[in-house]
Design a protein around this ligand. Structure first.
Ligand code: SAM
Length: 280
């Protein structure tokens, strides 16, 4: 396959800038530019798009996004050691790469995006779930992001796309299923990363639902947390911490009181979150 750009190989970039991977920052770098190009393509046609990338690191995915035609990439990186390497990429693609030095959990991404944008990232695993939850809980909805194409540990990816009845179904599956259509696109083995993580990873693609079922996000999270914290118990028992009268709430939502959390689909949880039954 042809080179995606004529910048130096990532291995050289890493050694020249001394970017030895740090576990505390969730650093597992992708050095194969054909793989990063595949991930960039998985987000759809990039021509003219604005992309927000979390954790560009030495820039393998960033380069693929820019070579793939993104008009503008806003890349948020916490590790200041990477900034000089990223400046080289910015110089190669004048006016198209903005590097933001900071913590992705703390910055205002909607403001940085400045309008509709895609999210594409090989996420640092230590903050991947909180970042996703933040994107799914964006207010107002529909959100500023038009799609998210993200690398997770496979086990987390399976929880994101899980539906009622699946072993991996839980809080993440309800939240992701409520506000997005999420699917796993492909897996990536440990050897693709430097250093290799212990587990297999997977790319998940999420597209926001334009009109999710009505539910207050805080209320939904509370109900779902209570239900899954005691996932083997019947709902009439596990929901005692959130409803003064769980049986009445379940009846109002049209759910049998002997059902368990893992059997209730997103529509059921949304209905429960909407019930007027007094809360504890
Ligand atoms: N995108 C690069 C790649 O694919 O090779 C690096 C991916 S590596 C899994 C995760 C990156 O996220 C690292 O560069 C790390 O420094 C950065 N990072 C970790 N925590 C972060 C945070 N809270 N905010 C922004 N970046 C963070």
């Amino acid at each position: 396959m042809a080179q995606i750009d004529d910048l130096p190989p990532l291995r050289d970039v890493i050694s020249r800038f001394g970017l030895d991977a740090r576990k505390s920052l969730g650093q597992n770098f992708l050095l194969d530019l054909n793989l990063t190009a595949r991930i960039a393509r998985a987000s759809g046609d990039l021509e003219g798009a604005t992309v927000v990338e979390v954790g560009p690191g030495p820039g393998g995915l960033t380069r693929a996004l820019l070579a793939g035609g993104a008009r503008r990439v806003v890349a948020i990186e916490r590790d200041e050691r990477c900034l000089a390497a990223l400046a080289e990429i910015a110089a190669h693609y004048p006016g198209r790469l903005e590097v933001v030095s900071g913590d992705a959990l703390a910055v205002d991404m909607a403001a940085l995006a400045g309008g509709p944008a895609r999210i594409v990232a090989n996420l640092p695993y230590n903050v991947a779930t909180p970042l996703l939850v933040g994107w799914l809980r964006t207010e107002p909805w529909p959100p500023w992001w038009t799609s998210a194409t993200l690398m997770f540990q496979r086990e987390v990816a399976e929880r994101i796309v899980a539906a009622a009845g699946d072993d991996a179904y839980g809080r993440l599956g309800v939240l992701a299923g409520w506000r997005s259509e999420a699917r796993i696109l492909f897996e990536v083995g440990p050897k693709a990363f430097v250093p290799p993580p212990k587990v297999t990873s997977a790319i998940v693609h999420l597209v926001p639902r334009p009109a999710p079922l009505a539910a207050d996000p805080d209320r939904l999270e509370k109900v779902v947390a209570a239900a899954f914290n005691q996932r083997r118990k019947m709902l009439r028992s596990s929901l005692k911490s959130v409803f003064a009268d769980p049986e009445a709430a379940l009846a109002a939502a049209g759910i049998e009181p002997t059902r368990r959390a893992e059997e209730i689909d997103v529509a059921g949880f949304a209905a429960l979150a909407r019930t007027g039954s007094p809360e504890t």
